[in-house]
Design a protein around this ligand. Sequence first.
Ligand code: TYM
Length: 339
Amino acid sequence: MQASDTPAAGAPDARPFLFSGIQPSGDVHIGNYCGAIRNWVHLLDRYRSIYCIVDYHAMTSEYDPAIMQERIFQAAVANIAAGLDPERCWLFVQSQIPEHTELAWILNTITPMGLLGRMTQFKEKSRRQEENINVGLFSYPVLQAADILLYRAEAVPVGEDQVQHIEFTRDLARKFNLRFEPLFPEPEAIVPKSGARILGLDGKAKMSKSLGNHVGLLESPEQIWEKLRPAVTDENRKRRSDPGNPLICNIYTIHECFSPPELQEEVATGCREAGIGCIDCKKKLFEQMMRTLDPIRERAESLRAAPDEVRGFLEQSALECRRMATATMGEVRRRTGLR
Ligand code: TYM
């Protein structure tokens, strides 16, 4: 997509910018899909949409450099297959645009340490990776703010876990605008009504690429059923004859993303009245998931067979987005007294 592309030929594109990102830290999973990617696809027409594979962010947790490029490629494949249409958005790799780290540095200088110390994700990850609490992990939200502000994006579609980082970005935008000449809009988080927080199959922690509790978006139907069948539901429902509570069942939450409203209603009532068992409920979910995931998996197969196309899209996007990034940095440099 060209920066000058217009929704109707001839008219200037007045749509606001949208930005969001995903880490290449493992398989893209159905949590990413329900919480973010599904919304990204819905919003393609309403915004000039910029998506980013955030490799610099992925470096803040343990990773293997030898497979970084493969993970980036697979993340691109999964996102394009899920609906990020190259004709309607940009998708690039963060480290291809050095202005991200340049702006992050400048934002570092207006970020109070205390604000970063309060970030829930920093606290959680510090507990999980005690051996590797690096400075990058601490200032992670500053780089995230730079990602968004570099494109002066007004909307940031994310899952629930990222909302605090978007609030933080708004704070930084406000601080910058007050300290220097105003430049940045305060971006809004867009969080889906359902699927904003999908738990892992253990029903405990959030589904996550690094915790091994996920269902991969591109896994085979057999693999998915193997994982779904034993997944935790409402733990108070011990026997088939016990009534269950869909509101505390992770499987029901996933139904809300993949099943039509009538089926959601049917399984919710069936669960409350002990009319259906958890396995039946999972079978119905599996069927619905396959309706969405089969075509995504098929598209991914074709994309994998055409790696040059995928890489071409990433490179072209980086080229076009870098122009926007450079323009913003010119404004930032002028305002902050740099040359
Ligand atoms: P990441 O890679 O962890 O996740 C990508 C997107 O998926 C959402 N998500 C979930 N939603 C529902 N349930 C889950 N279990 C679940 N797990 C993940 C996330 O909320 C996210 O929207 N810091 C970001 C990446 C980032 C970014 C940005 C996002 C870097 N710069 C700028 C927005 C704007 C992250 O780690 O996402």
